[in-house]
Design a protein around this ligand. Structure first.
Ligand code: FAD
Length: 519
């Protein structure tokens, strides 16, 4: 069928946007198709802003059946690929396809929203869940769950303008992951359209190989159309705290102690970041206080402070009915054990939803200054506890000691919270750190400065490889097969087997550049 469609798209490239109804009819889709410039406008770029491609068409499906038809149409062609696009917040073209079909998952955002309870055993009501679309934005999932049910997902990303399917294809990590695992550990069932065009429901018990393949699977095995996300009662309020360290060892010791406490006896959120020991408004001291009234007084820093400082970021959930003194007591019991620099504790109380939407404020500011639209040469890694000290000495204290024009996150995670049946690969050892260099580029910057940032990212990765650092890229981006094989290590053959099982023609997510479309 697509043999007839493909030339049709191509012949009409000049008449972008026209005649697409006929194509839609021949594919028998309920949704719409956009071609030419209309398609490139939607799916030709991503948040990274460093790649640009021309898709053949963008399909706006109505649901799984439409998506299955698109996959089957690509299968019956001799070269077409299919890229699911969530909110296009990848950095390196992962949701793109040159000359292929993009499935814009946002058109399915409203397809599911149903709260239920897992059977609790013993007849009681079990854990609450919500069924949501793979194309839903986490921000909307949060708002609806809280306002309609007083419930909320347990594990988040820092920024919520991302789709459910997009983060589940990677992991989905934030300050709750030390307790609940990444978002991939907080779903119990998925509907997936495989690379064979089959529509399959999967879970740990049913079609489990597909379930675990898709979680963290970089879009390689299927397109997630529905996810069953575990919920917890939503707290009303959050106490959000930042404390500052001059010494990396003390920062890591406290962070590791906090994430190793038993459930419920630690903070509800533990993150951290590195900042420049100077008054730079984007990279330095001013990035730490949480409120305009807070004063960061550098005179109180120890003489021995180095080029960078470390900030532990914590949050404690509570209810409106909890008295101030109860909350204070819970905070003091934990924070009293920490060895941050005296005089460098900042805190505010804010509604839970506002806390989870805290990065939206940064998005609004970046949109005003223009840095939301400029390129984002970001680097995300997982580094084992064994090597994080070396990493700090070389990368933070030397290579990026002047900052990256945005946050430099670092916080510990526990491997035991990650199911090794999923497709995600991690460093060895129970404790590892997520490191994120979230570079923003001023609008006045020259193209060469973006190239320098990309080169510095490569330098960091090369340094890690050369020095035998136990690390994995998160949101990985490699161009050669050798690099992918090294990335997956002893999980490579499993990944390849899964590809053969669920997407044997390598139709899906070509932008990851792991497999080539089979002829
Ligand atoms: P896209 O970029 O559209 O797609 C990503 C990949 O998933 C592509 O390969 C695509 O083909 C595939 N895909 C998309 N939808 C589906 C689907 N339904 N089924 C199967 N495959 C699919 N990550 C974190 O873990 N924690 C954070 O705190 C965090 N913060 C971020 C903040 C910002 C401002 C940005 C830009 C990114 C952040 N990320 C974070 C990274 C983010 O999780 C990933 O980039 C994610 O892939 C983006 O989701 P998306 O919906 O835009 O996916």
């Amino acid at each position: 069928m697509i043999a007839y469609i493909e030339p049709y798209f191509l012949d009409n490239d000049a008449d972008a946007g026209k005649h697409t109804d006929g194509v839609s009819d021949s594919l028998n889709l309920q949704g719409e198709i956009l071609c030419g410039d209309d398609a490139a406008d939607i799916a030709g770029k991503d948040f990274g802003g460093m790649n640009s491609v021309k898709p053949l068409a963008v399909v706006r499906p109505v649901g799984s059946e439409d998506i299955a038809r698109v996959v089957k149409a690509a299968l019956s062609s001799d070269k077409l690929t299919v890229a699911a696009r969530g909110n296009g917040h990848s950095i390196n073209g992962q949701a793109m396809t040159e000359g292929g079909l993009v499935v814009d998952m946002r058109s399915t955002a409203e397809n599911h929203f149903e709260v239920g309870f897992l059977s609790g055993g013993g007849g009681g009501r079990g854990t609450a869940f919500v069924d949501v679309s793979g194309g839903a934005l986490w921000e909307n999932v949060l708002k609806r769950c809280v306002s309609e049910y007083g419930l909320a997902p347990r594990s988040w990303t820092d920024y919520l303008g991302l789709t459910v399917g997009g983060t589940l294809s990677n992991a989905g990590v934030s300050g709750q992951a030390f307790r609940y695992g990444p978002q991939t550990e907080n779903v119990t069932e998925l509907d997936v359209v495989t690379g064979k065009g089959d529509v399959v429901t999967c879970s740990e018990m049913e079609n489990s190989e597909l379930f675990f393949s898709v979680l963290g699977g970089l879009g390689q095995f299927g397109i997630i159309t529905r996810a069953r996300v575990l919920l917890q009662p939503a707290p009303d309020m959050v106490r959000w705290i930042r404390v500052v360290y001059a010494e990396f060892d003390e920062f890591t010791r406290d962070a590791e102690w906090l994430v190793s406490q038993k459930d419920e006896s630690s903070f509800d959120y533990v993150e951290g970041f590195v900042f420049v020991n100077g008054d730079d408004p984007v990279n330095g001291w001013p990035t730490v206080p949480l409120h305009p009234d807070h004063d960061f007084d550098p005179a109180r820093l120890p003489q021995s402070s180095g080029s960078v400082l470390y900030c532990l970021e914590l949050a404690l959930h509570y209810r409106n009915s909890d008295s101030n003194s109860t909350v204070d007591k819970r905070v003091e019991r934990l924070i009293g054990r920490l060895r941050y620099e005296e005089g460098f504790r900042f805190e505010v109380d804010l509604p839970y939803v506002d806390f989870l939407l805290r990065v939206k404020r940064s998005e609004e500011i970046a949109k005003v200054t223009g840095t939301w639209e400029t390129p984002h040469p970001w680097l995300n890694l997982f580094v084992s506890k064994r090597d994080i000290g070396d990493f700090d000495r070389t990368v933070f204290k030397e290579l990026v000691k002047n900052g990256v024009g945005g946050p430099m996150l670092i916080y510990p995670l526990l491997r035991s919270r990650w199911d090794d049946r999923s497709s995600v690969v991690l460093p060895e050892g129970e404790i590892f750190y997520i490191v994120a260099l979230l570079r923003f580029v001023p609008t006045c910057a020259k193209a060469s400065s973006v190239e320098k940032m990309v080169a510095q990212n490569q330098e960091i990765v090369h340094w890690c490889v050369k020095n035998g650092i136990d690390f994995k890229l998160y949101l990985p981006h490699y161009k050669s097969r050798e690099e992918w094989i090294r990335h997956f290590g002893n999980q490579w053959s499993r990944f390849v087997d899964r590809k053969a099982m669920f997407d044997p023609m390598a139709i899906l997510s070509p932008g990851q550049k792991i497999f080539s479309r089979a002829l």
